[in-house]
Design a protein around this ligand. Structure first.
Ligand code: E4P
Length: 222
């Protein structure tokens, strides 16, 4: 499974990319508003695209078809690895089709059901992003959408990649991976948590302690 970082923070992206952990980036208007400060968001996106080899999702903010298409074309000019995010709304579907025909990759975002994912795929999306955490937040089972979508896509050999989004904790990543999501995108805190287990730290402390006892004993023996 590919791991994407869900952030517009350049510092976080540098960390993840130097650690060799990141296959791509997803941003959204909220994340850019948080990280860009006074900088033009397109400049931030340009910098992000230069830091990673993989796809970088950037979202349109228009909600009418012409506006979405225009914005998408501008975003696609930023770099070759830009993937345009289009929200899962009726007006967006012909835009997904047009952009795909133009050779621009699209990530259909804000998907909350398997049938929305199917529709996004039929429109030609390269990725579709079901939002797991936000479904869990309202008392629904986010992971069910991944399970159903994987089954549907496999039944019909649909190539659209399932991008598990709105990930809140490492268990989401493990479950999405077991169910066959192609990608999981997560905030930096979650990616850092993937590396950790308290028993790893405890085990290492014990090994190092025992080793220093041995080293101390051999000094005495000499
Ligand atoms: C995905 O592309 C979205 O940016 C993201 O996963 C949204 O997550 P949130 O629910 O934590 O805001």
């Amino acid at each position: 499974m590919k791991l994407f970082l869900d952030t517009a923070s350049l510092a976080d992206i540098r960390w993840a990319s130097q650690a060799g952990l990141v296959d791509g980036i997803t941003t959204n208007p909220t994340l850019l508003a948080k990280s860009a400060g006074d900088v033009d968001p397109n400049d931030v996106l340009k910098e992000i695209c230069s830091l990673v080899d993989g796809p970088v999702s950037a979202e349109v903010v228009a909600v009418d078809a012409d506006g979405m298409y225009r914005e998408a074309k501008e975003l696609a000019k930023i770099a070759d690895n830009i993937v345009v995010k289009i929200p899962m709304i009726e007006e967006g579907l012909p835009v997904v089709r047009r952009l795909t025909t133009d050779g621009i990759k699209v990530n259909v975002t804000l998907a909350f059901s398997s049938v929305q994912c199917l529709i996004a795929a039929k429109a030609g999306a390269t990725y579709v992003s079901p939002f797991l955490g936000r479904l869990d937040d309202v008392g629904q089972e986010g992971m069910e959408v991944i399970r159903e979508t994987r089954l549907i896509f496999d039944n019909y050999d649909i190539e659209t990649e399932i991008l598990a989004a709105s990930i809140r904790h490492p268990r989401h990543v493990a479950e999405a991976a077991m169910l066959g999501a192609d990608v999981a995108t997560m905030p930096t805190e979650v990616m850092k948590k993937l590396l950790l287990h308290p028993l790893t730290d405890r085990g290492l402390d014990q090994f190092l302690n025992d080793w220093s006892k041995l080293a101390a004993r051999s000094k005495v023996n000499v």
